[in-house]
Ligand binder design. Sequence first.
Ligand code: G3I
Length: 349
Amino acid sequence: MRALALALVLLLALPGTAYAQGGHDPRDLRDLARKNGIRIGSAVDVAALRAEPDYRAALNREFDHVTAENAMKWESVEPERGVHTWDDADAVVRNARRHGQKVRGHTLVWHNQLPAWLTAGVEDGSIGAAELREILREHVTAQVRRYRGQIRAWDVVNEAFEDDGTMRQSIWLKHLGPGYIADAFRWAHRADPHARLYLNDYNLEWSVPKIEATLALVKELKAQRVPIHGMGFQGHLGIQYGYPGDWANVMGRFAELGLEIAITELDVRMELPVTAEKLATQAEYYTRALTDCLSVRACEEVTVWGFTDRHSWVPEWFDGEGAPCLMDESLAGKPAYDALLALGKVSGR
Ligand code: G3I
């Protein structure tokens, strides 16, 4: 007993320990997540996971949740009809299991990154509506069943609406009608009754027509007893656009419908060159996003869409913009990373 007490005192006295610092500053994002009763995740670039030990070490040190950036998309898992290539997706899931990370599956039904055999077949009419619906059912069922019990949450339907609140005229809407959404959720639930099933979209942080249309869809799905469990806010922000000040309130409105909430693809890009001032604004946006999520009891996860500027989609898609991540190309924490850790324990969870 005396030895234990002594050890405790020594621990308290040791410089550098949490207690000695008194501020309980978390040592990394996993620690921050644990202290606040939330999950903090990152999208995973599978090529970097395989080839870059420093990338892999940082991913597994910092994050308790992961999303495959591209490896689980339809074009990646079924490049030829009936020929499945799961290796990349398996590699993300295997790494996650080894490092105590939960996994978000991304994404089952989307208008982008579809295999050419599918889009060509629909276009030339060789795949008709009935067959397309059957192909979609088989795809959702096969992928969800393969990872049954290994995926915490699926982005079942991604980007179903335009910013003006109209339904996106995707291959799914055009050929299957709006019922494709309810179908996909039901098929996914049948294949894994324990996975949390999400609708996921961008600009939902601020676009009022899109917010209202998505809320109306969720109410409709709930009324039809469709197994929808969560709303994913992608959160692709830019410091040149101002921070979406009503975000927490919008999250709250979806939570009132009984949904879990997640920020699924957070990044904060800037017009280059990088300056200290822009980095300070970026840090403010990241801390506000986390704080907004923590202010909504139903918000359980904040995932960044890549954690290092070495691997980000932004430069390819936004000319003259970049540096959207928490760490720079050498994996050094940027002011945003330090600002998140400095938040410490902010939630009463
Ligand atoms: O697979 C090919 C490879 O064979 C080829 O050698 C290489 C060179 O051109 O391109 C590879 O395809 C790239 C693919 O990512 C896989 O890496 C495409 O060019 C590239 O455009 C594609 O970009 C992805 C983008 O979705 C496509 O829509 C981004 O990495 C990915 O971050 C981005 O993620 C989306 C989310 O899924 C949904 N929300 C928005 C988010 C950002 O657009």
